[in-house]
Design a protein around this ligand. Structure first.
Ligand SMILES: [Ca+2]
Length: 304
């Protein structure tokens, strides 16, 4: 996977260049306290909501090529598990096992037929109790042309009419935070800050105070990217943990043209020898994925 190779490695040598974009904005007026999921207990039927672009609960126990336009499953990285979130109505989750030397983890990538101005993605995640640092994680992409698979671009400045992307990733910040690291956005866009080596490594947006996930428990994560008005720096990105907003960053000029819209969701756990310093085998579980055009929120627990 060319996209991610070397990106964190680049950051390791360029601390100052990567710590930009810490522009917190307050809660936006009119933002709902409850989202789409509140109307669908246990997420039952949520895929029929016109605002929902993708729903994957992994209950089929198969890698669904209708839902995912590109799958990376080298050396059995992807499998199914009976470990599920407490609020989940299902019995299966996706387990991504990254084994250094055999693979770099795996991914499920979905390119949508049309782009959207605002994309939300909610996914449940659990890091194994011994999980090491992760290199790259769950990412939303806006890209033209809209290939069915993820493309390269690590260390490169994207063109304003071709691409922007943001990953919600745990980052160790050179060992400052315990594994798997503190949540931050790792973002590429045409107005991003250049790194000290002349390349363009993803710029970090980290909330203050930082939020480090506890390993061995499930979290409901939600990320949002909102495109800017062309010619204005009014784009945003935000994320929530268990329904509480913890990061919100505005003033971003993601794109130069209106036809470049968020059009891909990339569920990924990518681990390399540059990130994992202690463990060779690093496991991450995912479940109850929903991608939509509005705030989704955690699962409303179904009555039993
Ligand atoms: Ca499930």
């Amino acid at each position: 996977m060319r996209t991610a190779a070397g990106a964190v490695w680049g950051c390791l040598a360029l601390a100052a260049a990567c710590a930009v974009g810490e522009i917190a904005t307050p809660q936006q007026p009119g933002e709902p306290d409850t989202g789409i999921a509140a109307a669908y207990p246990g997420d039952a039927g949520i895929e029929k909501d016109p605002r929902v672009l993708l729903h994957e609960d992994f209950e089929s126990g198969t890698l669904d090529r209708e839902k995912w336009t590109d799958i990376s499953n080298k050396a059995g990285a992807l499998s199914f598990s009976d470990d599920v979130p407490a609020s989940s109505a299902g019995k299966k989750s996706l387990l991504v096992t990254a084994t250094l030397g055999a693979n770099t983890g795996g991914h499920l990538f979905r390119r949508f037929a049309r782009g959207v101005e605002t994309m939300h993605a909610r996914w449940y995640v659990q890091f194994a109790p011994d999980c090491d640092y992760i290199h790259h994680f769950v990412t939303i992409v806006a890209e033209l042309p809209a290939t069915r698979w993820p493309t390269g671009g690590a260390g490169e400045l994207p063109a304003g009419d071709k691409k922007f992307s943001t990953g919600l990733e745990p980052w160790g910040r050179w060992g400052k935070y315990s594994p798997p690291g503190a949540w931050n956005f790792y973002s590429y866009w045409w107005k991003m800050k250049q790194s000290g080596d002349g390349k363009y490594w993803g710029n970090s947006f980290m909330p203050d105070p930082p939020v480090v996930p506890e390993r061995g428990r499930w979290y409901a994560m939600e990320m949002m990217i909102q495109a800017n008005t062309p010619g204005k720096a009014d784009g945003r990105q935000a994320f929530w943990v268990d329904g509480k907003k913890v990061g919100d960053f505005g003033g971003i000029e993601w794109r130069a043209t209106a036809d470049l819209q968020a059009n891909a969701f990339w569920l990924m756990s990518y681990v390399t020898e540059h990130s994992a310093k202690t463990n060779k085998v690093n496991r991450v579980w995912f479940d109850d994925v929903v991608v939509a055009t509005e705030y989704i929120g955690p699962i409303r627990k179904a009555d039993r």
